[in-house]
Write a protein that binds this ligand. Sequence first.
Ligand code: 5AD
Ligand code: SF4
Length: 440
Amino acid sequence: MSAPKKLFIKTYGCQMNVYDSERMAEALGGEGYVETKSADDADMILLNTCHIREKAAEKVYSELGRFKGLKAEKPDLKIGVAGCVAQAEGEEIMRRQPLVDLVVGPQSYHRLPEMEAKTREGEKVLDTDFPEEDKFEKLKNRPKAKRGPTAFLTVQEGCDKFCAFCVVPYTRGAEVSRPADRILTEARDLVERGVREITLLGQNVNAYHGAGPNGDLTLAQLIWELDKVDGLERIRFTTSHPNDMQDDLIEAHGTCAKLMPYLHLPVQAGSDKILKRMNRSHTAESYIRLIERIRAARSDILISGDFIVGFPEETEEDFQATMDLVEEVKYGTAYSFKYSTRPGTPAAERPQVDPAAADDRLQRLQALLTRQQREVQDGMVGREVGVLFEKTGRLPGQMVGKSDYLHAVHVADCNRDAGELARVRIVSSGANSLAGELIG
Ligand code: 5AD
Ligand code: SF4
């Protein structure tokens, strides 16, 4: 047998991409590839790109430029670009960077084995179609490696919301939900391989409406099906849109013990004028009422959010409305960004906010969010929480895991293994993590 070929995948951006990179590695695993952690000894390099952040495409070109020397040394090295930048700029990438052998959009990963074979024959391959066939079906039945305690599972892809700043509806396409039975089969398989916690992924995960035995299932109904899977201890989901937060999902947060008390619910801004221009179709008030209803179902839930400052036409007063909303909601964690234009999206054509003003607003917002995050984390001290251990810590006998609220927790003198769940009393709060001790 010939030596295995080596695959180096670099993943940018969201958890969806992490999941997709795993699937790409599995697809190419069937072709004799094993993953390597270094580009230097790779036979194939794949950049799994993200288009959400600023200058994403430029970063991809500069990263590709760095492989020039490697390719000169190893002419057989194949270089591919995957993900949302590939989807958005596939032809441009091929034209601008002759090093690239392969461009593959997020809907075509199951075709990677054929594409790889073509590149071996010296062809350049570009596939950014939205094919009819189900890529997830094609990607299953790969070698069953043992897994760590946590895993992502994509249940839904694409988005029909068309927020005025966002490329996702263009790069990931229309909203599509996977059938429930396939998700359940994949979940059981993950559990057999050692997984205890599954995070259901989708760009608009709470818009999930996949086919079930008696019609479509809502996300809450899917969660209740997963609740029955023995050995699966924890369920999470991300990312949700406020308008799709249905009653049964809110209720599940109060009644489903496996569903963790953490909700990422981006609001983006606190000014109704800006929300309207963002095409968000909710108001600050409706969002705050929604949070109240969620907290009525599960009082200790940790709320996480996304924010954009400096969206076109945002005034200081509009920004203050965002600060007011943050004060009211009190976020346990948050991601905040300065608006940056994405060509082809409606907001790209609009008059832009002065960059210095946007920088200043971002700093003020981040200071407030960091303070809140710290308060919520510090508020955990003295409480008893569940912790799922994931790995050993740096100190002898120490284990590290995640609390129900997704805080990293270090436990000293811990005679537990990765994959075990334990009750832990939080004893102190550090810069980015908590310390706790086992109860009982
Ligand atoms: N500019 C700044 N932030 C953006 N996001 C999406 N598009 C843009 C953009 N053009 C942010 C949103 C989204 C998160 C994933 O990225 O807050 O929720
Ligand atoms: Fe983008 Fe999310 Fe808006 Fe969809 S709902 S367009 S993914 S920001």
